[in-house]
Structure formats: structure tokens, C-alpha cells
Design a protein around this ligand. Sequence first.
Ligand code: ZN
Length: 456
Amino acid sequence: MKRIAFSFVLLTFVYVSGAQTIINRDPEIKKMVDDISKDKIEQHVRKMVSFHTRHNLSEQNDPAKGIGAAWNWIKTEMEKSISVSGGRLEVKFEEYTVGGQGQRISQEIKLKNVVATLKGTDPNDDRIIIISAHLDSRAALDNDNTGFAPGANDDGSGVATILELVRIMSTKKFSATIIFMAVSGEEHGLYGAKYMATKTKQEKWNIIAMLNNDMIGNSGSSETLLNDNMRVRVFSEGVPAFETEQMASLRKYISGENDSKARQLARYIKETGEKYVDQLNVTLVFRNDRFGRGGDHSPFCQEGFTAVRICEYNENYDRTHKIPAVENGIQLGDLPEYVDYEYVRKNAGVNLATIANLALAPYEPVNCGIVTSGLTNKTTLKWESPAKGIKPAGYYILMRETYQPLWEKKIFVTGNEITLPYSKDNYFFGIQSVDAAGHESMAVFPGQAKRQSGTN
Ligand SMILES: [Zn+2]
């Protein structure tokens, strides 16, 4: 009798937990992800370290040392892909002035970002996706512009990833434009990213996603001695840094505090990254960044763009911003031998898969609304097809319990309205456009649907 009861329990368990995950990969994206070379990433990191320091106040005119040498080398590396891009890749410096009295950089200097733009194939597609990393480095002191500051992980790992993605993605065609950006000025106050965020806002660029990669190559923690190259963090803001009164009032009405655009991007990165990269858990951190630390995504958030930070799960404080030296038997400093290149390869794959999927996807649906009038145990969602780009083959309706962090159901529909037998009060919903090959836009969290005359 006891044995029968046990079998029953076991069967019930299998039944409840038996739903498998179906993974449908686009073979082209899979091939690009598989092309990412851990050895090339390591070569790039070691080359960055060979400049001795990439401090923002370091030498700009020495061909082998200092930030100027790094600028020129990164630009030259990116330019190698122009010929294979069929003329779609453009590489240039963006120069700007920073510093002055009372600032962390006390005298005015000029810094440069290196920016590679891979133009989208559809001239009517104005969407831009940015992947960014910072090329400057520092050791212990703010103003030490000559000491060895290898910056292998911070942020050689991010820059190496960008160079690898330029190499691989420039041979492929995407509807949307992709910008690969290596910025200066991060270590002294996010100057390079601020310059780009202000400029792009003024020029009204349609940036749909900005992925900041800062420190994606360290897999072991100091103090707690964890070793794990199977987890990476994505930081995203909840309540947006840029929010008008009208946006705030809608957010409160629809309980959208966990459904900012940055959070939809974070969920998108998790779903897409884990689809294409094996042995990696994309862990969503529901805060904009680490305590007391800044990142280049923040200026973009402040200008109202959708931006997140991708960062290693474990940090090693014996390495970051330390002068390379042995102290009490511990090697300090951000040296290339401590970067886990296999881990960087996987994190580069998450970036590539996300950007490619997004750049191939249709535009998001527009005017997405949830009908909140009327007492009903159902939910009606309405949306309009995007006016630009390819026509979606259909839409995914996403849903989850309100207390769950990630979408739980994904329902394919055609048309522009659906009524589901679930109460609008008990779930959150999202709407994505999808093309015939399965590339999804980011999810849109519906606002209140406009009332139609004659209904309440
Ligand atoms: Zn950094």
C-alpha cells in the first residue's frame, strides 16, 4: 500500500514538472555565436594591456603607449571589417572636450570614442541598437596617468567583445542599424557615454536598446572565493531615471514598476542569450547598477533611452582598480592572466544573439493597450501594427503572475486584438511583434486602452 502511494506521488511529480523548453534557433545567428573566438578575445585583451595604461590623462601621441595608442589600434581593428561589409560599416572617432576647474579632470582635455556603425539594409528602418564598452583604464589613484593600469577585465573584456562582434556581424545583413562603441572617460565620470547620450538625444536617434558591457571576464570572487563562469548579470532600472509626470501617473495606474523598457530588454537578453549560449544563466538584477558604482548605460537611461548593464556575476576586488603588485602573497591588479576567456566568449554570445535577433525583428507593435473598463474576468488587449519596417507575421502575447519576475506564457496570435480567459487583475501582459522566422521585437507593456465610443 505504501509502495503504491509512493509511485503515485512520483508520477504526479513527473507530470507537474514535465513540461520541456523548446529551443528554436535561427541557424544564421547560431553560426555567428559559434564563430566567436575565445583566442581572438584573449589576443585583443592582451593588446589593450600592452598600452601600459589607458588612463584618460595618459599620453595621446605615443604610438605604443597610452590612451592615444589604444584609440588608433581599436579604430584600425574595426576598419578591417569595412571591406567585408559591402560598404555598410563606417568607423570614426567622436571627439569631445572634458574637464576644467573643479572637476575630477582638472584641466580641459580632448578625448575620443571609437564608433563603428553597421548600417541597416532597410533605408526606412531608423532603429539603432548600441553595444558599448569603455576603453579607458585606471589603477589605484584618480590622477596616476603613467603607472601600469592594465584594465584587462575592466574593461578590456568589454572592448575585446565589441571587436569580435564587429568582425563577425559586419559580414551579415540586418534591417536595423547596429553601433559598436568603445568610449573613453568612464573612469572619471562616464564622460564618453554622456557625450554620446546627449548627442543622440539632441539628434533624435531612435535607439531601441543600449547594452553596456563593463567587466564581463572575471569568474571568481574575492573574499567568498566563488568560482562560476556559468552566470552573468544584467542590471536594469525599474522606475525609469527619465520619467515625466504623465509617465509616472500611467506607471502607477498600470502597476508598471517592474515593467520599464530596460526591464523588458533585460528579459529579452535572458530569453535570447540562453537560447543561443549553452552553460550560461543570465541572471537579472532588478536595480540599475551596483551600489556606489556607475556605468555607461546610466547616461542613456537619464536621457530616456532603454539601456542596461551586462556584468560578471562575481567581482574580484583584489584586481579592480589596483596597482599590480604582490601583497601578503596575493597578486593584485587587473592582469590578463586572470581573465576567464571562455566566460567572455559566452558573454559575447549573449550580446551577439540579442543584438542580431533584435536587428532582424519587426518593429514593436504600437498603441498597445489593456482594456480596463468593465467588470470582467477576462482580459482584452489591443494594439496596432507597426507603421514602419517589415509586416509582422503575428504577435506574441506574454503573460505572467504579477509576483513573477519573468514571462511565463507566450501565445502566438494574428490580428490586433485578443480577449483571453484570464482576469486582467491577476496577471501582467506584454505584446511582441514576430516575423515568420521567429525574430521577436522587445515586449511592450500595455498602457490603458483608449475607450471606444459606446463602450464603458
Ligand atoms: Zn569599468
